[in-house]
Design a protein around this ligand. Structure first.
Ligand code: FES
Length: 113
């Protein structure tokens, strides 16, 4: 296992997101990192309704009021802090969390390398 830097904290503001690639058991995946008012979260970029990305490749995950993440296909709403779907066709399911390593100045994750 090795530490991989995703971003310097100063480069992502509250309410912003960034997409990143990672592997899980050797399988390529895509995740997204979000900065919330009270911390940082990351989830696999994969809706729980159908196996497609939430953002359709435009890095827009938050609703306009920043209260939820949303899926651009059918409008599912997910709680940013928990990843739980609270409205939409996958209500009750949850986004798959990605463990982050939060350092003083950087956000990263453990890699399988
Ligand atoms: S694919 Fe996300 S709500 Fe349908």
């Amino acid at each position: 296992m090795a530490f991989r830097v995703l971003i310097d904290k100063k480069d992502l503001q509250i309410g912003e997101t960034m997409v990143f690639d990672y592997t899980e058991v050797g399988i390529p995946r895509q995740g997204f990192l979000a900065r919330l008012e009270d911390g940082w979260v990351a989830y696999e970029n994969r809706c729980r309704h159908l196996p497609i990305s939430l953002d359709m490749d435009d890095n827009q995950f938050f609703t306009r009021d920043k209260a939820y993440f949303f899926c651009q296909s059918h409008g599912a709403l997910y709680e940013p802090q928990t990843g739980k779907c609270v409205q939409g066709p996958c209500a009750g399911a949850a986004l798959k969390p990605i463990a982050l390593i939060i350092q003083e100045h950087q956000i990263g994750l453990e890699t399988e390398d």
